[in-house]
Design a protein. Structure first.
Length: 174
């Protein structure tokens, strides 16, 4: 079973937690529902429970209040959410190729990298070679560094490919 895409409200809450880089008060689900972030209290609680189970957040008690704090894994997931590549208007006539060799015992890291590349519209040329006409954004590169995937990959800027008509067509380039 593939990894499910986060809902828009989950992405928003995860980004909020990552942006604050501090403790966030455990929000009242009724207030969130009024802001149209979550459908109901059960949905809100299920989301937080799933995130805690995945190791993305932890609950912290301080001064008789309960707070939500992102864990290191949660910070990585928030970076992955932000790593979506906005396609620039103008193509600089260069291809970005990512080549990787991740050992079999690091299968999870390989899957994380493939997920990041797919989210950024990279096309699979071969088993460990992906290509895109646009560079990765800062958040994607930061994700690669923090997840330590950067040690397994090479990012290459290519001026010319022998027959790139199919690639140009795939990305609607002239």
């Amino acid at each position: 079973m593939g990894k499910k895409e986060l809902t828009m409200s989950s992405k928003l809450l995860l980004s909020l937690l990552a942006a604050e880089d501090t403790l966030i008060p455990l929000m009242n689900p009724y207030k969130l529902r009024n802001r149209a972030l979550f459908g109901n209290q059960g949905s809100y609680r299920r989301t937080l429970y799933k995130w805690q189970k995945r190791g993305w957040i932890k609950f912290v008690n301080k001064d008789a209040e309960r707070f939500i704090k992102l864990t290191k894994n949660g910070e990585l997931e928030a970076l992955l959410v932000k790593a979506r590549l906005p396609a620039p208007q103008q193509w600089d006539k260069k291809w970005r190729m990512i080549v990787f060799d991740i050992p079999e015992d690091c299968k999870e890291k390989r899957n994380q990298l493939r997920d990041l590349l797919k989210r950024n519209s990279f096309y699979k040329l071969q088993a460990s070679v992906y290509i895109n006409p646009f560079p990765l954004n800062r958040e994607a590169v930061e994700y690669l560094k923090q997840s330590r995937l950067i040690y397994y990959i090479r990012i290459i800027k290519v001026d010319e490919i022998d027959d790139d008509a199919d690639l140009k067509k795939r990305y609607n380039l002239k």
